[in-house]
Design a binder for this molecule. Structure first.
Ligand code: ATP
Length: 237
């Protein structure tokens, strides 16, 4: 692959004295969607947090868009164009949908079109219908969409999505998958952590499979779907 947007190699991470990640390696090309897969506790969330600088980590290589991230704090990494959407919804419950979006607004990246609330409402039609509604009156799935939409207002070129389909109603899961596919069509790169093979295979180009903080397998989504052994060994299927 020529000139990946993100290159991670030899990534280690700790919570206090607990050594969680041991040698994670992955690349994400421009406009590519990669699924980070593995069972509960495999280290998917920790990998996203480690890239974002939210846990203690060290790496042989941690490069994004030509910049070394390894010494940068999370807010600097965000400013370079990495948008992190955690699994737990992070909206301001007392603010309306539109106000939440304004909180996330950042200047556009040079050469890239800026997200606006109107563009986001076209991507998430259900948010458009509730633009004046406060977060307290939204379902969990709607809050998850709003968290993603607000992150997009920061105009990232790479999105780190933590378990985007987790705990969502089937209809919302479908809308979330459609949103990820449209973001890819807009040229965004996405690394998503996912336990659901059906969600991952509906959006991702490639997969990285991890177990107990180590990379076990990497390949195309089609290869993963064809490999019963890998799925049986490392995924909950
Ligand atoms: P899940 O699907 O359950 O979120 P995951 O693959 O995202 O799983 P992580 O949340 O990255 O897994 O957890 C990896 C390991 O790190 C697990 O053994 C977990 O118990 C441990 N861990 C997670 N958070 C902490 C923490 N704050 N302090 C100590 N250990 C933690």
């Amino acid at each position: 692959m020529s000139d990946p947007l993100l290159t991670v190699d030899g990534l280690q991470a700790w919570y206090g004295r607990a050594h969680i990640l041991d040698g994670i390696a992955l690349t994400i090309g421009r406009g590519e969607v990669v699924a980070l897969m593995g069972r509960n506790g495999a280290g998917k969330t920790t990998t996203l947090k480690a890239i974002m600088g939210l846990v203690e980590r060290r790496a042989a290589t941690l490069r994004f868009d030509g910049r070394d991230l390894s010494a940068l704090p999370a807010h600097r990494i965000a400013r370079l164009g990495v948008g992190y959407v955690p699994e737990d919804r992070r909206i301001f419950a007392d603010l309306t949908v539109e106000e939440n979006l304004e909180v996330g607004r950042q200047p556009p990246r040079p050469g890239a079109p800026a997200w606006t609330p109107e563009k986001l409402f076209a991507l998430f039609p259900n948010l458009a219908e509730m633009r004046g509604r406060r977060g307290t009156r939204m379902s969990g799935g709607e809050q998850q969409m709003l968290t993603l939409a607000r992150t997009l207002m920061g105009n990232p070129s790479l999105l780190l999505l933590d378990e985007p389909s987790e705990g969502l109603a089937p209809l919302i899961v479908k809308q979330m998958a459609e949103a990820v596919r449209r973001l890819k069509a807009e040229g965004l790169s996405v690394l998503l952590s996912e336990q659901s093979l059906s969600f991952a295979s509906s959006v991702a180009d490639r997969a990285c499979v991890i177990e107990t903080g180590r990379l076990r397998w990497t390949g195309t989504m089609a290869e993963l779907l064809a490999d019963d052994g890998v799925r049986a060994a490392y995924l909950s299927v």
